[in-house]
Ligand binder design. Structure first.
Ligand code: MG
Length: 124
C-alpha cells in the first residue's frame, strides 16, 4: 500500500517507516499537518496515519481539511497518539478519523491496523 504518515518526531518517523517497510509498504513522511495536506493533494494514497500533535497544523485540523475534499472523503485516516483518553478518542472519531494507534507504536498494532485497512474494514 501507499501510506502517508504525518509525524513531527524524527525517531517516531523512523520507527513507523521501518515497521511499514517490513511488509513492503511504500511510505511517505510529512513533518506536520500542512505538509500532510500538500502531499495528499499532490498524489494518491491508500491510507493516512496522522499524529495528533504537530507544529503548524495538528492532526485534527489536517483531518478536517482532508475530509472536506472529494478525494479525502473515504480514505482511511488513523490517529497516532501518546495520550488517548476517552475524550480524545471521541474527538478523533468526530473529526473523521477511523481508528487509533497508541504510542509508542508497536509492530503488531500497526500491522493489525494495516490488515484492517487492506480488508476494507474502514471503507465499506
Ligand atoms: Mg507529535
Amino acid at each position: 500500500m501507499k501510506i502517508l504518515v504525518a509525524e513531527d518526531n524524527p525517531l517516531n518517523q523512523k520507527i513507523i517507516k521501518a515497521f511499514l517497510n517490513r511488509n513492503n509498504h511504500h511510505v511517505t513522511i510529512a513533518g506536520n499537518g500542512q505538509e500532510l495536506i500538500d502531499l495528499f493533494t499532490l498524489d494518491e494514497y491508500d491510507c493516512i496515519l496522522v499524529d495528533l500533535h504537530m507544529p503548524l497544523m495538528d492532526g485534527f485540523e489536517a483531518t478536517e481539511i482532508i475530509r472536506k475534499t472529494e478525494k479525502g472523503k473515504k480514505i482511511p485516516i488513523i490517529a497516532v497518539t501518546a495520550s488517548c483518553p476517552q475524550e480524545d478518542r471521541m474527538k478523533c472519531l468526530n473529526t473523521g478519523m477511523n481508528d487509533f494507534l497508541q504510542k509508542p507504536v508497536k509492530y503488531d498494532d500497526i500491522e493489525h491496523i494495516i490488515e484492517r485497512i487492506e480488508k476494507g474494514f474502514y471503507t465499506t
